[in-house]
Write a protein that binds this ligand. Structure first.
Ligand code: ADP
Ligand code: MG
Length: 257
């Protein structure tokens, strides 16, 4: 069965894109078939996967607007090995146009109905806002993966995200669940990090992944080389952490490692 997850948090810079690219590569390393959908007009997941967002003739924007087919948009990343629906600044246009059409929030779900059976996991990298693109992702998803940086304002931002998820659940996607919260850029020496982490666990309990992603310079360097850290520096702490997260996700979603 295909697992479709939106990786989202309306806060920017919390590790959404880093989590998408590296979790996708780690799932491929466990022989899963993976599709990564870049839904951020910044195209960071596209560039970080080694695909030049400025060279793409077609992007996920064309797919959402019905102006291109999946065969024209989809690319296989090399050497990472997952499939990618790339994005660039054109996606801002799609966001605006989708607001004006009937059923604009179902476009991505419709696209996925054609191709989801080809994959074990589909990950969507959401933009840093709760806009129409994020709503499309939440409407098309089974679950939400939320990267959280354990700092002072983290919990405050989470409550509006939870309200949005609840709203989507009540209106268009009753089965949507919070798959898990992943603590990113984690520094156990920082007492504030530990405090926020405790509060997260108190509030979300077993939905907080046991795995934590440490702050790791190799994770920050890898995107400029257009590759996941697993390929850039396989033995780095960042690489091992994302492999561990993939293992945890596989166990939680009933697929043995
Ligand atoms: P978002 O997609 O939520 O905006 P990113 O994944 O782009 O966040 O991360 C923001 C910045 O932090 C990027 O420059 C990224 O390389 C860096 N970064 C993300 N996770 C880590 C980490 N665990 N250790 C070090 N740097 C990280
Ligand atoms: Mg991002």
């Amino acid at each position: 069965m295909t697992n479709v997850f939106a990786v989202t948090n309306q806060k920017g810079g919390v590790g959404k894109t880093t989590t998408c690219v590296n979790l996708a590569a780690s799932l491929v390393a466990t022989r899963r078939k993976v599709l990564l959908i870049d839904l951020d007009p910044q195209g960071n997941a596209t560039m970080g996967s080694g695909v030049d967002k400025n060279e793409c003739e077609y992007s996920v924007c064309d797919l959402l607007l019905g102006e291109a087919g999946i065969g024209q948009v989809r690319v296989r990343t090399d050497p990472a090995g997952y499939d990618l629906l790339p994005a660039n600044s054109d996606l801002t246009t799609a966001e605006v146009q989708l607001l004006q059409v009937d059923g604009g929030n179902f476009r991505l779900k419709r696209v996925l109905s054609e191709l989801s059976s080809e994959y074990d996991y589909i990950l969507m990298d959401c933009p840093p806002s709760l806009n129409m693109l994020t709503v499309n992702a939440l409407t098309a998803s089974d679950g939400v993966i939320i990267p959280v940086q354990c700092e002072y304002y983290a919990l405050e931002g989470l409550s509006s995200l939870m309200e949005t998820i609840e709203h989507i659940r009540e209106t268009v996607n009753p089965a949507l669940r919070v798959e898990g919260l992943i603590r990113t850029m984690y520094d156990p020496r920082n007492s504030l990090t530990r405090d926020v982490s405790q509060q997260l666990i108190k509030h979300f309990d077993e939905r907080v992944y046991k795995t934590v992603i440490p702050r790791n310079v190799r994770l920050a360097e890898a995107p400029s080389h257009g590759m996941p850290v697993l390929i850039y520096d396989e033995k780095s702490k960042g690489s091992l952490a994302y492999l561990a997260l993939a293992g945890e996700l596989l166990r939680k979603t009933g697929s043995s490692v």
